[in-house]
Ligand binder design. Structure first.
Ligand SMILES: [Zn+2]
Ligand SMILES: [Zn+2]
Length: 338
């Protein structure tokens, strides 16, 4: 079978390897579609501090079970997605379902097991989630990023007539916007440095876009938001969040800056701001993600902008890193399924 593989020297290549053998309490899954995510890019580039090698990356998936072992509710023919987080299952955080707070937290395709950029993969049944009927197609590969979006949105206070700024119109920014709108927030603004994103937001029914590099756009919008979701999370955007929030406002930081940064604490104090962070998700977020996706299928269908076969992975990877703003989500398909 074909797989995208990052070797011990952090070099990405397409390899032809043997199909994994089914093990006790595991299922063997045939890939239907796997999404390429920004965190896969940093794993492949060798700049993800958590990643270990060699490894098949990838964690956004939908596939079909072709063999299963052990006692579980899974059967051959079931469509499943992988829950990428892995905790110790013993600590108080894990017992409450807060796996992402476990001290030994690991991630599929990064530092735990091989990921989903291969024609077949095996996973412990405990890492699998059944995919609902409406999403048993390419859209199933979007359940994981939607779960991220759910986790982020759940950090926002529920206030009426709130307005929200979303910094960065990537997949996560867009998905956060779709979820915020579904949750009843009417006033949603995106800010991005890429002007090509302006026409993208309209396709999803959003109206307000600020072009970060355009002085007139930037200087004359009202910098008064009750909530901000910052999907970029560098020194500039975190301080932008602090500056643009109303008193008592909340911002949710989604990323991890690559180095120590300076933030304007004085402003946080003066306005009594809440600065929160969102790290991945809980298993429950995956079920909420499927529910919201099914209720927003019209938007979900527009998120995947390109499909490549696994043997074309290097081309797909190039397209992701050289995205000029016309692409949203690029997915990888099984060779025989495209
Ligand atoms: Zn992802
Ligand atoms: Zn734990």
């Amino acid at each position: 079978m074909l797989a995208a593989y990052v070797d011990i020297n952090k070099k990405l290549k397409i390899v032809n390897i043997e199909k994994p053998k089914i093990k006790k309490n595991n299922s063997l899954i045939k890939m239907i579609a796997s999404g390429i995510c920004a965190s896969d890019i940093s794993t492949i580039k060798g700049i993800n501090p958590m990643a270990t090698y060699p490894r098949i990356p990838g964690h956004e998936s939908i596939g079909e079970i072709i063999a299963t072992k052990g006692t579980s509710s899974f059967e051959i023919g079931d469509y499943v997605t992988v829950f990428p987080g892995k905790g110790c299952n013993k600590c108080t955080n894990c017992k409450k379902g807060f796996i992402n707070h476990c001290k030994t937290f690991q991630v599929v395709g990064c530092n735990y097991l091989n990921g989903v950029f291969s024609e077949y993969y095996i996973f412990p049944n405990s890492q699998l989630i059944k995919v609902r009927k409406e999403l048993q197609n390419n859209y199933g590969a979007l359940i994981e990023p939607f779960a991220c979006g759910i986790h982020i949105n759940n950090k926002l206070p529920k206030i009426q007539n709130s307005n929200i700024l979303i910094i960065g119109f990537g997949v996560i920014g867009l998905i956060c916007g779709i979820i915020a709108k579904y949750n009843g927030i009417k006033d949603i603004t995106f800010i991005d440095k890429n002007i090509n994103r302006k026409s993208q937001i309209k396709k999803f029914g959003f109206k307000k876009f600020i072009h970060l590099n355009n002085k007139t756009d930037y200087e004359f919008f009202s910098k008064e938001f009750s909530s901000i979701i910052d999907t970029v999370s560098n020194e500039k955007t975190i301080n932008m969040s602090i500056e643009f929030l109303k008193p008592n406002g909340t911002c949710v930081q989604v990323g991890l800056p690559t180095s120590d940064i300076l933030i304007n604490y004085k402003e946080i104090f003066k306005k009594e701001l809440q600065i929160k962070a969102s790290r991945m998700y809980f298993i429950s977020d995956f079920y909420d993600a499927m529910e919201i996706m099914i209720n927003n299928l019209g938007s979900v269908k527009k998120i995947i902008t390109s499909e490549y076969r696994i043997d074309q992975f290097l081309t797909a990877y190039d397209k992701v890193i050289n995205n000029s703003g016309d692409q949203i989500k690029i997915i990888i398909k099984n060779k025989s399924n495209l």
